[in-house]
Write a protein that binds this ligand. Structure first.
Ligand code: PMP
Length: 420
């Protein structure tokens, strides 16, 4: 009698690595993703994730918006839509961008599935293997992962307490060009940067734009946090000064809700067609349902006030974090003092390896993201990103206190070892 073969094979097929396309080898899980499983355990204070805090978003109001949309315009909301994005939403996006000094034509806006998709599309149309992307040191882990998948070489540019250093940018361009590589674009997050929380001042914006224009390098300005300034508005967007050489990325993830997955790219007209074709090949069109929900929300609800309540909520958390860092972290540690956004960047004495320290932090019931996640070259081992956006102020204080204890113990242990 023949053996009964199972109908569905279990386990991975043989020689899978050989069967993948070459580019699949560059698809690696991010350091952050593997960390989230641990960090999301309820007993752990997670200072790791950058999840927007939706407790300030009135759910009854959102439910009304969605219900009205489906009842009044369900046929359109649940249908396919335009590859470039819904025309009405593109107009409203221009009104949102006007808050940061941008004058734009809705025709130049491409709606995307979060700004993460825009990063993917831009990488797809610009990057050949080995091309260079310039980025702040440190930079957003999700963008670094995308650039890596397209086999770009990320070259980090010097930053200080005010963000990108123009002379550092000049030096990086010079040394990359001397090595014979092509620079495709500068990727920058000028407002309340992820992961450093730093805000780039207006004069540096102008200088950086001038350098890039002169050198023939596009600027990709990623701006999800620009409207989340706590005490004063951020300077005008870089795109407000240069409509030819800046590819601007925006998102409703932090000002409304990330679950909507609605972001956009505002692009120089010469790039639009390629980006639309690239987007259609991956998603056909952005979700009409999400776009029209956002559009109705912007049309009928006090969205500016809503952003102000998000800012109030984050500001209280930022204060809790900075106060408890002062109280509980060693005097040799340094950290940024963000005026908006979600993140504080901590630099410890060089002998502390924040990745190796992570298991001890987890035992102490606190999680963070080790600094190396934000560099393409393994740098940053003595730094860490702390997010204050999600936990309550009390939990933030608890977490920072526990983490300060872990760091001090490690420093004492190392000091002790050196004496031995
Ligand atoms: N850019 C930056 C700097 C971010 O911090 C994030 C999300 N954390 C994104 C892009 C992606 O955001 P989304 O796709 O939700 O718009």
């Amino acid at each position: 009698m023949s053996e009964v073969t199972p109908r569905f094979a279990t386990g991975a097929p043989q020689n899978l690595e050989e069967r993948f396309a070459g580019r699949a080898a560059h698809m690696q899980p991010s350091e952050i993703r593997s960390l989230f499983a641990v960090a999301s355990r309820p007993e752990i204070v997670s200072l790791a994730g950058g999840m927007p805090n939706l407790s300030a978003l009135p759910m009854g109001m959102m439910a009304d918006v969605v219900q009205k949309l489906i009842l009044n315009n369900g046929q359109e909301a649940l249908q396919y839509g335009s590859g470039q994005g819904h025309p009405k939403l593109r107009e409203q996006i221009c009104e949102v961008m006007a808050l940061e000094g941008i004058r734009a034509n809705p025709d130049d806006v491409l709606v995307t599935t979060g700004s993460q998709q825009a990063l993917d599309l831009i990488s797809r149309i610009f990057i050949d293997p080995g091309d260079v992307v310039l980025a702040e040191a440190p930079s957003y882990v999700g963008a670094l992962g995308t650039f890596h998948q397209y086999e770009a070489k990320v070259v980090h540019v010097e930053t200080d307490d005010l963000g990108l250093v123009p002379d550092g940018l000049r030096a990086a361009i010079k040394s990359v060009r001397a090595s014979g590589r092509r620079i495709k674009f500068l990727y920058t997050i000028p407002n309340y940067q992820n992961p450093s929380g730093v805000l780039l001042p207006a004069d540096r914006r102008t200088e950086i734009l001038n350098i890039c224009r002169t050198e023939g390098i596009f600027v990709v300005e990623d701006n999800p946090y620009g409207l989340l300034g706590f005490d004063k508005p951020s300077p005008n967007a870089m795109r407000a000064e240069d409509s030819e050489n800046v590819i601007y990325l925006g998102s409703f993830s932090k000002t409304i809700a990330p679950g909507m997955r609605v972001g956009w790219a505002l692009v120089p007209p010469s790039l639009k067609e390629k980006l639309i074709i690239a987007s259609e090949s991956s998603i056909l069109c952005p979700s009409n349902f999400s776009q029209l929900t956002i559009s109705s929300y912007l049309a009928d609800q006090p969205w500016r006030d809503q952003i102000a309540s998000f800012c109030d909520l984050y500001k209280v958390r930022r204060d809790a974090m900075l106060e408890s860092l002062d109280e509980h972290f060693p005097v040799t540690a340094k950290w940024t003092k963000p005026g908006g956004g979600f993140y504080v960047w901590v630099t410890l004495p060089e002998e502390i390896d924040t990745k190796a320290l992570m298991p001890k932090a987890i035992v102490a019931k606190v999680a963070y993201v080790p600094g190396t996640a934000f560099y393409a070259d393994g740098f940053g081992s003595w730094s860490m990103r702390l997010s204050y956006c999600y936990p309550t102020p009390e939990r933030i204080r608890e977490g920072v206190k526990a983490l300060g204890g872990v760091i001090k113990t490690e420093m004492a242990r190392r000091g002790g070892n050196q004496l031995n």
